[in-house]
Write a new protein. Structure first.
Length: 230
């Protein structure tokens, strides 16, 4: 299950509610505040809306025109999709910022997760929505990493380039062993999230950390005598 941020939901008529959850969370992350409801999930399940949500999550508040410039879209399109995301309780206007008719938007605070697709009926609208959001989040992560590999040397100095890292580690583990490893990673990450998420240090900039830990589909674990199981 993928995770991102939120604190409440608005119904389509704009009425505020307090609960985004319609399914129990099966996420392993203990700090998730909400699992998206069916309506909020469907509201997010549009490629441009996921991109807008990602931009606000990663870089902070933007106007519709600012998002349009970054995403190569019209300001009319980004403005429309921002309003739909606001109705779903996923984004909100920044109070007290902007001049005249200028409106700034931000992602609503709090951690969210999308439902586990396995808990949804095959072929259902909710399951298809989960797939779309997952695909867009994966595409965004891949794009960010490729941009760093392609243009990072032109943008950053050695202080950043010397410490940025990408590692692949291959292990043979049981489910319990993988659970222990991932739990330890979660504890370490939470330490840094709690320290820096709300109070960035001077000189900081957006940094993205990708954690993928999964069994290989084409891999087979050996038996204790070293032979491969069929």
């Amino acid at each position: 299950m993928d995770a991102q941020t939120n604190d409440g939901e608005q119904t389509n008529d704009g009425e505020q509610t307090d609960d985004l959850e319609s399914w129990p969370s099966s996420t392993r992350h203990p700090g998730i505040d909400h699992v998206l409801s069916s309506e909020s999930l469907k509201s997010l399940a549009h490629p441009l809306r996921v991109q807008i949500y990602d931009e606000l999550s990663t870089y902070g508040p933007f106007t519709a025109s600012g998002l349009a410039e970054r995403l190569g879209e019209s300001s009319g399109a980004t403005s429309y999709h921002l309003r739909q995301l606001a109705k779903a309780g996923l984004v909100q206007e920044v109070e007290g910022r902007g001049k005249g008719r200028e409106r700034w938007w931000e992602r609503r605070p709090g951690s969210i997760a999308i439902p586990d697709a396995r808990s949804l009926p095959p072929g259902s609208a909710d399951r298809l929505a989960v797939k779309l959001v997952e695909d867009e989040w994966f595409r965004s992560r891949e794009q960010n990493f490729r941009e760093f590999l392609t243009t990072g040397e032109e943008v950053f100095g050695s202080d950043w380039l010397d410490i940025a890292t990408s590692d692949t580690i291959n292990l043979k583990l049981t489910p319990d062993q993988l659970h222990g490893l991932v739990t330890d990673i979660d504890v370490l990450l939470k330490k840094y999230i709690d320290a820096y998420k709300k109070t960035p240090s001077p000189g900081s900039r957006p940094v993205q950390i990708h954690i993928n830990a999964f069994p290989l589909v084409r891999g087979q674990a050996p038996d204790t005598d070293g032979t491969e199981r069929p």
